[in-house]
Write a protein that binds this ligand. Structure first.
Ligand SMILES: [Zn+2]
Ligand SMILES: [Zn+2]
Length: 271
């Protein structure tokens, strides 16, 4: 049975563990494929990304681990490229995840996944309290990643919902919100990009279900979109957090395949 996680962070950015600690836990948890995806350099916008001067060491360290653990697990080198951050030549990496972590309220770029309080402030002050205008601004940033041929996977598609599990900011099935998301998902699918099912916010206690929301997952399944399952891991103990439950949910939504990384690229694999 293939068990894969391509979205993991280590001490090179904002993760807690070394590359080896992550690999050893992945082997213990019976993963067969593990990818590293440090936040790509994004100065001066944030302080959690990989500093540019550490990029070469990060790449070297993952390549070293690939060799060291070759008989136990497949390791791949990735990067989580912020919509605002440094762009990369794909040939350096096995895969690239494209993610939006910040929106521009007209003046400044602000983080949307930092705290509920800050997200509410951004919506109130930057978008006149209008969640739909906030969504539009977020999806405008995502467009940069959808248009980027180097990006393989779109990370946490609806990160804007991180602090809205109680639906106090907007209902998950708000028709205008859904239409905006559907239009963006159509473009992602038309551009042959993989959409990740991301359990990261569950491990950190912010949500009880993965991104994207179940309404969107059903839509992606109906449109025959490609998905992979990742935990956006920042602490090795949560490498497979909510994996079994997410697999059930994925199947329930109508998916029959996940995309799995191989030496010669991604392949569809029956669940
Ligand atoms: Zn991210
Ligand atoms: Zn991440």
């Amino acid at each position: 049975m293939i068990k894969q996680n391509l979205h993991t962070h280590s001490i090179y950015c904002d993760g807690q563990d070394t590359i080896d600690e992550m690999v050893e836990m992945a082997i213990a948890k019976k993963f067969t494929v593990l990818g590293f995806s440090s936040h790509g350099p994004n100065e001066p916008n944030d302080d959690y990304s990989l500093p540019a001067e550490f990029l070469a060491s990060y790449i070297q360290d993952v390549h070293r681990a690939k060799q060291k653990y070759a008989d136990k697990i497949k390791i791949y080198l990735g990067i989580e490229q912020d919509a605002l951050g440094q762009r990369f030549d794909h040939s350096i990496f096995d895969y690239i995840i494209g993610s939006v972590h910040m929106v521009c309220d007209g003046k400044n770029y602000l983080p949307i996944d930092s705290s509920k309080q800050l997200t509410l402030k951004i919506i109130a002050e930057g978008y006149g309290g209008d969640f739909l205008a906030f969504t539009q601004s977020y999806l405008k940033e995502m467009q940069k990643l959808i248009d980027d041929p180097q990006v393989d996977i779109i990370g946490h598609f609806d990160l804007i919902q991180k602090f809205n599990e109680d639906q106090s900011m907007i209902a998950f099935d708000d028709p205008i919100y859904l239409k905006m998301c559907h239009d963006a998902l159509d473009l992602i699918i038309a551009n042959d990009k993989i959409i990740e099912v991301n359990t990261g916010a569950i491990a950190r206690g912010y949500r009880k279900s993965p991104y994207p929301d179940v309404n969107l997952l059903r839509y992606i399944a109906k449109k025959k979109g490609m998905i992979c399952l990742n935990s956006d891991c920042h602490d090795r103990h949560y490498l497979d957090c909510y994996y079994d439950e997410s697999l059930e949910l994925i199947k329930e939504c109508g998916f029959t395949h996940l995309l799995i990384m191989h030496d010669d690229g991604f392949k569809k694999t029956a669940i």
